[in-house]
Design a protein around this ligand. Structure first.
Ligand code: ARG
Length: 551
């Protein structure tokens, strides 16, 4: 802050800008200029130079004092101006940088419930899309649905053999899941079912009418189900082009790779040999002739490059698919696409559930909605205990329950495996979503209780350690967003918000706002509360979390 003003003074004096540093201790002002390397130009000892410059340089608008201190020249910024600039600055989205990012996230597999991995992808991807948009990127949010593959054949067989439409329509997702489970059980004793499934899928690939109609039905029902969750999480997409969308492009894609001389036959399958790069081969066509996940991703990347002309093409996908993306990106590079280097897999680890809380034992599928419902119900109970008179209890519980889930995920570095425990996730005083939301509501409640904010604030009076620390943390908010965007890590922003809350609560404990008799100081503090509240709300919104005014 105001560094530019000091640099201007230095430039006039032909002193190299890069010499200006942050001083080792606060007594040495806000910036310091070591004079050791200036001896040649000034033909004086460093201490003499400092004294000379002290006399020569004039303070300017926001630079209050310039003093020599040994071999250093110290610059003091006007506190009132500094505090005011931070506290009254507006939170704005950066101007467009004209760069396009395609962001592939969520990607559930049709006919299957949303898994925890898909939930992670959804929450991380959604936060990234907001953080990157805030940095000025044009983000294209793509839901690369898993809506093609042999599993469709299995379901068609199962539905033909055992299904009933009336039953299906009652509760499609559970019904399809059960049919799928049944198929696998039966296939254990009767392996020929696998062949029947493959036959159905082959029909689908050939465009058979009946198979196509089933595909449409199952897809439609699944999407209706996912949309309920997206709506609840307030998430939208720009494109729903899933795996099926690329089906017509697969043949040309394979032909193209063949023309480039990249394709080999191996045991009846078509592969791209990547051995010399230390990567296992990328299979692009199976021995039974069916195309495969990797081929569709190759086609999808080519399509995205053409359609969106991306500067970056990102994939928020489980770390267990790292090899897959290595294979795909390497194949694209070998095919001569210069943009292959702009494709990045953003991996995340596994979310585990504490035993007995929400079992992930084999065979038990966690329905995401049940997890969300449980979070919301738990919050409702807590509200009932702590603040039974709260208006809009249901709505707040929904916001806080979802906030708890989302924040728990996003506050951990995405690559880490994380363990989910209801006690930790819902702890109102731990490093959690409810803690941040609660701190925000606390700030809101302070502001509701007072009119003092109308008095003219004396920002220079904000001088206690707590006030200074809080202001300092507010001053680096933009940097935190930038860092989160550069590293594609919402956790950086989440951690920033936790620290901000801790400093705010310290401040509030030590610096009275509502009972302070000095009106201009009270007003300055209340403005500080207002700014903190705005940053908390803004930061939460970038993570995809709402900030209720009361809770
Ligand atoms: N549907 C896939 C799965 O659940 C994830 C898709 C990831 N995105 C991609 N472009 N491959 O495993």
């Amino acid at each position: 802050m105001f560094k530019e003003e000091i640099l201007k003074i230095l430039r006039k004096e032909k002193i190299p800008e890069e010499l200006l540093q942050a001083p080792p201790n606060p007594e040495m002002g806000d910036y310091a200029l070591p004079c050791f390397t200036l001896t040649k130009e000034y033909k004086k000892a460093p201490q003499e130079i400092a004294k000379y410059l002290e006399k020569k340089l004039r303070p300017s608008k926001n630079i209050e004092k310039i003093t020599a201190n040994g071999s250093y020249l110290n610059f003091f910024i006007n506190k009132a101006a500094y505090n005011k600039a931070i506290i009254e600055s507006k939170l704005t989205k950066k101007n467009s940088n004209k760069k396009v990012i395609t962001l592939d996230f969520s990607q559930p597999n049709i006919m299957k419930p949303f898994s925890i991995a898909h939930l992670r992808s959804t929450m991380i991807g959604n936060a990234l899309s907001k953080i990157l948009s805030n940095e000025g990127y044009k983000v294209v949010k793509i839901n690369h649905l898993g809506d093609w593959g042999t599993q469709f054949g299995k379901m068609m067989y199962a539905y033909e053999a055992w299904g009933k439409k009336t039953e299906l329509m009652k509760d499609p997702m559970h019904y399809m899941t059960n049919l799928y489970v049944k198929f696998h059980k039966e296939a254990e004793t009767n392996p020929s079912l696998e062949d029947r499934g493959r036959e159905w899928f082959a029909k689908l690939e050939k465009g058979d009418k009946k198979a196509r109609a089933y595909w449409e039905l199952f897809s439609k029902l699944s999407l209706q189900y996912y949309n309920k969750t997206y709506k609840r999480l307030n998430i939208t997409f720009d494109s729903w082009a899933g795996e099926a969308f690329y089906e017509p492009q697969l043949k040309p894609t394979i032909a193209f790779l063949q023309k480039k001389g990249l394709v080999k036959e191996s045991e009846g399958a078509l592969i791209v040999d990547l051995e010399q790069y230390g990567i296992t081969p990328c299979i692009i066509k199976k021995s039974d002739g069916s195309t495969i996940y990797a081929t569709r991703d190759i086609a999808a990347a080519i399509y995205r490059a053409k359609t969106y002309k991306f500067n970056k093409n990102l994939y928020v996908v489980d770390v267990r698919q790292s090899l897959h993306f290595q294979q795909v990106f390497k194949t694209l590079e070998l095919a001569g696409f210069s943009w292959a280097k702009d494709c990045t897999h953003l991996p995340f680890g596994t979310m585990k559930f504490e035993d007995g809380v929400m079992s992930t034992r084999k065979g038990i599928i966690i329905f995401l909605e049940a997890v969300i419902d449980k979070a919301v119900e738990s919050v409702e109970k807590i509200i009932e205990e702590k603040n039974p008179k709260l208006e809009n209890k249901k709505k707040v519980a929904e916001q806080v329950g979802l906030g708890a889930l989302i924040f728990w995920d996003l506050s951990h570095d995405r690559i880490r495996d994380i363990t989910f425990s209801w006690d930790k996730v819902l702890d109102f005083s731990g490093e959690t979503g409810p803690y941040v939301q609660y701190t925000h509501a606390r700030a809101a409640s302070i502001l509701r209780k007072t009119k003092e904010i109308k008095a003219k604030p004396s920002y220079e009076k904000l001088a206690t350690a707590q006030e200074k620390e809080l202001i300092k943390q507010l001053s680096i908010y933009e940097q935190a967003i930038e860092k989160a965007a550069d590293q594609y890590k919402p956790s950086i922003l989440a951690k920033y918000l936790i620290t901000l809350c801790q400093l705010f609560n310290d401040f509030y404990e030590h610096c009275p706002c509502l009972t302070e008799q000095d009106k201009t100081l009270a007003s300055a503090r209340l403005h500080l509360v207002k700014k903190t509240k705005a940053v908390l709300q803004h930061g939460l919104s970038l993570l995809g979390i709402q900030a209720p005014e009361e809770m």
